[in-house]
Design a protein around this ligand. Structure first.
Ligand SMILES: Nc1ncnc2c1ncn2[C@@H]1O[C@H](COP(=O)(O)OP(=O)(O)OP(=O)(O)O)[C@@H](O)[C@H]1O
Ligand SMILES: [Mg+2]
Length: 243
C-alpha cells in the first residue's frame, strides 16, 4: 500500500534519515519505534509532504508522493495526526473537526461527523466546548477524530500515548484498534515500545535515522536485548495494553 524506498531526508543542519526503506501492507498496523531524535516524526512528515527528501521515493496508490504538493496527499486518503496533537485551542470541538473535513456538500460532511461522533461519543457531548478546555485524553480523541473526518485509508499516528495517564492510553489504543478494525491501515510511531509492539503486526526500529531492526511485532516483543541495544536508556517502555 505504502512503500518507502531508500529515503534520505534532512534539515538545514544535514541529513537525519539515511537510506530508510519501509513497507506498509494494506490492513496492517505497522509500528515505527525508536528513541528521542531517532527520526520517527521526520519519516511521517516526509510521507505527508511537509518535509522533502533529498533522495528516495514514497509509493502510494500508484504515485510517488515525493513529487506531489503537500495538500494533494490527504486527498489520496492519507491522514496525519501530528506529535503534540496540534488542535486549535480557541475553536470549539466541532470547528476543529470541521477543519478535517474536505468532502463537498453538507450531507457528506454530516455523515463524516456522524462517523466520528459514533467513534468518540465524548466529542459529541463536548462539541460546543473550547478545544483547549478538553482533557489531554479528550484532545487526543479530537486529533484522531479530525484526522478521520477525511475518511482516510491510511492513518499516520505520531505518539498518540504521549503525556497521557495509563488508563487514558488504554482507551486511546482501544479506539485505534477499532479504527483499524473498520478497515483503516495504520502507521504508528511510538516511544512506548511495549505498547506499539502489542498493537502492531510488524515493526521497524529506527536508530539515528537508520532502520536497524525490523520484524514481526510479537517476535520483537520477546527480544529482551531490543531495548538496551537500540532504544536508549531513557526510552519509556511502559506497559503493554491488551484489549
Ligand atoms: N525542523 C527541524 N529543523 C532541524 N532539525 C530538526 C527539525 N526537526 C527535527 N530535527 C532533528 O532531526 C532529528 C530527528 O528528529 P525527529 O523529530 O524526527 O525525531 P523523533 O524520533 O520523532 O524524536 P521524538 O521521539 O523526540 O519525537 C533530531 O536530531 C532533530 O533535532
Ligand atoms: Mg517525534
Amino acid at each position: 500500500m505504502l512503500s518507502l524506498e531508500r529515503l534520505t531526508v534532512g534539515y538545514d543542519s544535514g541529513p537525519v534519515i539515511h537510506d530508510v526503506s519501509l513497507q506498509v501492507a494494506e490492513g496492517q498496523i505497522i509500528g515505527l519505534i525508536g528513541a528521542n531524535g531517532a527520526g520517527k516524526s521526520t519519516v511521517l512528515r516526509t510521507i505527508s509532504g511537509l518535509v522533502r527528501p533529498s533522495s528516495g521515493s514514497i509509493r502510494f496508490a500508484g504515485q510517488d508522493l515525493t513529487k506531489l504538493a503537500a495538500h494533494r496527499i490527504p486527498q489520496l486518503g492519507i491522514s496525519h495526526v501530528p506529535e503534540g496533537r496540534r488542535i486549535f485551542a480557541d475553536l470549539t470541538v466541532e470547528d476543529n473537526l470541521h477543519l478535517g473535513a474536505y468532502r463537498h456538500g453538507w450531507r457528506a460532511v454530516k455523515r463524516d461527523f456522524e462517523y466520528v461522533y459514533s467513534l468518540f461519543p465524548v466529542l459529541l457531548e463536548r462539541r460546543t466546548q473550547r478545544a483547549g478546555s478538553l482533557s489531554g485524553g479528550e484532545q487526543q480523541m479530537l486529533a484522531l477524530g479530525r484526522a478521520l473526518m477525511s475518511r482516510p485509508t491510511l492513518l499516520l499516528l505520531d505518539e498518540p500515548s504521549l503525556g497521557l495517564a495509563p488508563l487514558i492510553v488504554r482507551n486511546v489504543f482501544r479506539i485505534i484498534r477499532e479504527i483499524h478494525a473498520r478497515g483503516v491501515t495504520v502507521l504508528l510511531v511510538e516511544q512506548n515500545v511495549n505498547l506499539a509492539l502489542s498493537c502492531a503486526h510488524h515493526a521497524y526500529v529506527l536508530q539515528s535515522g537508520r532502520v536497524v531492526l525490523e520484524g514481526d511485532a510479537s517476535r520483537l516483543r520477546q527480544d529482551s536485548g531490543l531495548m538496551s541495544a537500540y532504544l536508549g536508556g531513557g526510552t519509556q517502555t511502559g506497559q503493554a495494553v491488551n484489549g
